[in-house]
Ligand binder design. Structure first.
Ligand code: GFB
Length: 325
């Protein structure tokens, strides 16, 4: 396995997003000194020539590929072209440049939406491509599956040590709190917070509240990413999560209790539910010895604190979905 240590030259693609920023924080905490990043203005990851030029000039030895256009169920449903094009291109250019410029190891990050809509639960890695995908995020999921297949293909044809990890739904510092494009957990924090500020009791939540989701704090994911970089070099992707899920109604009640306990939940069933359940099977990761450490209640509390200190009453940016950086 490639030697991954504090002197390694590490490129974190997507360092301004939820995942990339958590990986950078984690690397810095461990004393890594040669962390390479590039903003969207400095490097358009959809442009192969630009990406090649950047890899040639910067010569990363290890890559965390956490860049992509991301968003919640509404952004996925209404902006499918951006989700498929941006992600397909970013994955392809980065993997190809990593191969061309001799990257020693690359960790690609996907998403649990790669599994079939009616997948048996919990979802094992082997269930990939065994049934139709959830329609609200099919274009994004296809791009994410293409990322896994890119890593496998370069491994098989060229012997590249490119691996993939599939995290469950994530949350934490630097999340997107814009109500149109965010995922459910940051959306709930903002909705209950705004209602509290406005002295409003009713808070509207999308869908029926019945879907089940699993949530992992992004600092736990960053810990898992370093662990996987050090301990995984298989062709098959590896799931990352907590192994516990809850209904959206239970999640909403938990966020309400942390933010605005007097609030009343109102359900907007004109909005989509998405996948009925997305619970990952973690046998592989647990067998290697990794477990999450941040429980959901504590994670929600600390994320709300982060929101208060960093976002608070600031107006959300319109359409800001991207983790691409
Ligand atoms: O987090 P979320 O947008 O993504 O929605 P998915 C999860 C569930 O929460 C859905 C409900 O059933 C939503 O209808 N929900 C309730 C809300 N209120 C809200 C709200 O105010 N905002 C949002 N966003 N949801 C996405 C995929 O699926 O998750 C992506 O579209 C990706 O491809 C990502 O995989 C992790 O879990 O349904």
């Amino acid at each position: 396995m490639a030697l991954f240590n504090v002197d390694s030259r590490i490129y974190v693609a997507g360092h301004r997003g939820l995942v990339g920023s958590a990986i950078v924080r984690r690397l810095e905490r461990e004393g890594f000194t040669r962390i390479l990043t590039a903003t969207r203005d400095q490097l358009d990851l959809r442009d192969q020539a630009a990406v090649n030029y950047w890899f040639k000039a910067n010569r990363p030895e290890f890559v965390f590929l956490a860049a992509g256009t991301v968003g919640g169920i509404w952004a996925n449903s209404t902006r499918p072209a951006e989700f498929i094009y941006d992600n397909l291109m970013i994955h392809a250019t980065a993997v190809h440049a990593a191969y061309t410029y001799g990257v020693r190891k690359l960790l690609y990050l996907g998403s649990s939406c790669i599994y079939p809509r009616e997948c048996p639960q919990p979802m094992k890695e082997e269930y990939l491509l065994t049934g139709p995908l959830e329609p609200t995020n099919e274009p994004y999921a296809i791009a994410k599956i293409a990322g896994i297949k890119l890593c496998q293909a370069y491994r098989r044809q060229y012997g590249s040590d490119f691996i993939s990890a599939m995290p469950t739904n994530l949350y934490g510092p630097n999340d997107n709190f814009d109500l149109e494009s965010s995922h459910v957990l940051p959306a709930l924090i903002r909705k209950f917070h705004d209602a509290k500020l406005e002295g409003r009791r009713q808070v509207t939540i999308w869908g029926t509240g019945a879907p089940r989701r699993e949530f992992l704090h992004v600092d736990d994911l960053a810990d898992a990413c370093l662990f996987i970089m050090r301990n995984w070099d298989e062709d098959i992707h590896i799931n990352v999560g907590t192994g516990q899920d809850l209904t959206i109604r239970e999640l909403a009640e938990t966020v309400r209790d942390a933010v605005h306990p007097e609030a009343e939940l109102v359900w907007d069933t004109s909005k989509p539910d998405g996948m009925p359940q997305k619970l990952l099977d973690l046998t592989r990761l647990h067998d290697l010895g990794w477990h999450h450490s941040i429980e959901l209640r504590e994670g929600i509390r600390s994320t709300y604190q982060w929101f208060l200190e960093n976002v608070g009453e600031v107006e959300p940016e319109s359409g800001g979905a991207g983790a691409r950086g």
